[in-house]
Design a binder for this molecule. Structure first.
Ligand code: DX5
Length: 237
């Protein structure tokens, strides 16, 4: 069953709506429910949970119970960015916790094709992520299984890192691959997205933009969401 996540039915970068997805990594971990509510009120399109296992990346964050505790506070979609080894072993728990979208790293599972198909079978929307060193060709044979591709613009594990601008070429390459095949798939970028870098990412073909530290540095979350959205929309219009 395909999970309906708000997105356009058209293909192509220029016709895909811009979405702003905050990472909760910079939020106050002692009040994550309130943080989610503030983000929803600020107008975010979805909330990204950076799930880290201390093995795939050198950091440890959220289990499914933390996300499940926040789920009732908001209605905005949750996406679980699974920075974990063998995601197939625990990804069902994140669906049960209330995540509509599961992002699996191409580097994290031996049988990526099977794992992405399992995400769809769980009733969630499958997405595949690429670390900076992983080429677009690594996902050529699974593009038909996903609703979104996440191109990491930092090496995963921590917020507040510098944007890797050379990833823009990879975004454009994947956008071209998708458009050539007429696939209705979003491209998300994550890492170092701020007022200075968002235009390059959006111009390259990303339409879903994850921001953590930059967003939380604005005087208000609403101002940050509005500013980042306007900058991204200006870049593609
Ligand atoms: C890296 C994380 C970060 C986070 C956003 O593993 O995935 O990219 O979401 O971080 P910043 O603070 O760079 O927006």
């Amino acid at each position: 069953m395909r999970t309906t996540i708000p997105t356009t039915t058209s293909v192509g970068a220029m016709s895909r709506p811009i979405a702003i997805a905050p990472s909760v990594l910079p939020a106050d971990f002692s009040a994550l429910g309130e943080a989610c509510l503030s983000l929803e009120k600020a107008g975010v399109d979805r909330i990204q949970w950076d799930v880290m296992d201390g093995v795939f990346v050198p950091n440890l964050t959220f289990g499914p119970d933390v996300i499940a505790a926040c789920r009732p506070h908001v209605t905005v979609p949750f996406e679980a960015h699974l920075m974990v080894v063998q995601p197939e072993l625990l990804m069902h728990t994140y669906v049960e916790a209330g995540c509509e979208i599961l992002i699996v790293h191409a580097e994290s599972t031996t049988h990526l094709h099977r794992t992405l198909a399992q995400v769809r079978a769980l009733g969630a929307s499958p997405a595949v992520a690429l670390n900076p060193a992983t080429p677009a060709s690594a996902i050529e044979h699974v593009l038909d299984l996903v609703d979104m591709v996440l191109v990491m613009t930092v090496n995963p594990g921590f917020g507040g890192q510098a944007y890797i601008s050379t990833m823009e070429a990879k975004v454009s390459e994947i956008r071209a691959m998708l458009d050539k095949r007429g696939l209705d798939v979003d491209i998300e970028v994550d890492g170092g997205i701020n007022a200075k870098t968002i235009e390059g990412a959006a111009s390259a073909g990303a339409n879903i933009l994850v921001s953590g530290s930059a967003l939380f540095k604005y005087p208000s979350l609403a101002e940050g969401v509005d500013d980042l959205r306007a900058l991204a929309q200006a870049a593609v219009s």
